[in-house]
Ligand binder design. Structure first.
Ligand code: F6P
Length: 318
């Protein structure tokens, strides 16, 4: 393999730049040229290509976001768009690509690989940590620390003013940021989409707590549970001063943690190795402190996480 392409796709996440830098420099050190694709799969369709040299990826390891830019491409979802992408890549001498992204990006790579038998390797990157087969995704650790930091700050004012706070954290269908930040931030309770929880018992605990003198309360709510609105409505029936903080996209930005930078560097080099060893439809993952390579089709399965132990512990420690 003499030339590969690298792209970031879907929602950005901290650590993507470290992975790009690793792919570029590791590939070059193995005599493989690298084409950078701007704006994800749309860049493949539009032939938005740039030659990447060692120096092009200088001073990006500490930056959040993705210097290649990212997008969600409607055109690539259609056969005609993928046909253009295939033509553009073969004309440019590209023999395989590495896509850094989440579930949707992996599905795109899988479809493209099946249609054109074109080598594609994925690096998991999403703050949601919801990709099957990997313990960690790029950006999760940084986002978790951002959420924890926000909860710490909210605790200061919640305690000082005896207030109840609902803190909504990100996670489209995943409670990963919620359970981890709730435990790390010492929150009183957590609501996630994966487990059917009894909202009445959560409300009852707050009411009993108020009666017994516990005045401030932090409940972390995962965005994907869709429960923020109803919970605030119910709580306000008994307690006037209930506040809601939606942390939002702040969780997606910022300088990546040391862990995410290391994850990016190690998974980036593992992805290049995978392509050079002839892997054609695979994903790199992280298990037991080391990169692993496994079929892309297994990575797009639903990630089953058992968060019940987290919830139990959070409630016991309240
Ligand atoms: O998948 C990452 C994520 O940040 C989710 O947690 C969130 O639901 C979604 O992306 C938001 O997407 P967008 O930035 O397109 O609104």
């Amino acid at each position: 393999m003499k030339r590969i392409a690298i792209l970031t796709s879907g929602g950005d996440s901290p650590g993507m730049n470290s992975a790009i830098r690793s792919v570029v420099r590791y590939a070059l050190s193995h005599g493989v040229s690298v084409t950078g694709v701007s704006h994800g799969y749309q860049g493949l369709v539009d032939k938005n290509f740039t030659e990447l040299d060692r120096r092009d990826v200088s001073n990006i390891i500490n930056l959040g976001g993705t210097f290649l830019k990212t997008a969600r491409s409607e055109e690539f979802l259609k056969r005609a768009g993928r046909e253009k992408a295939y033509k553009n890549m073969t004309e440019s001498g590209i023999e395989g690509f590495i896509v850094i992204g989440g579930n949707g990006s992996y599905k795109g790579a899988l479809v493209f690989n099946r249609e054109y038998d074109f080598p594609a390797v994925g690096i998991p990157a999403t703050i949601d940590n919801d990709i099957a087969g990997t313990q960690e995704t790029l950006g999760f650790d940084t986002a978790l620390n951002t959420a924890m930091d926000a909860i710490d700050k909210i605790r200061d004012t919640a305690y000082s003013m005896d207030r109840i706070f609902l803190v909504e954290v990100m996670g489209r269908e995943s409670g990963a940021i919620a359970v981890h930040s709730a435990l790390a931030g010492g929150a009183e309770d957590v609501i996630i989409p994966e487990i059917k929880q009894d909202m009445d018992s959560i409300l009852e605990k707050v009411k009993q707590g108020r009666k017994s003198g516990k005045k401030s309360w932090i409940i972390v709510v995962a965005e994907g549970s869709g429960k923020t609105g109803i919970m605030v409505e119910e709580l306000r029936k008994y307690i006037d001063d209930v506040r809601v903080t939606v942390i939002g996209h702040i969780q997606r930005g910022g300088s990546p943690s040391a862990f995410d930078r290391i994850l990016g560097a190690r998974m980036g080099s593992a992805a290049v190795d995978a392509l050079l060893r002839g892997k054609r439809h695979h994903a790199v993952g992280w298990r037991n402190d080391a990169p692993v390579v496994y079929p892309l089709k297994d990575a797009v399965e639903y990630k089953r996480e058992n968060f019940s132990q987290f919830i139990k512990l959070i409630q016991i420690l309240t």
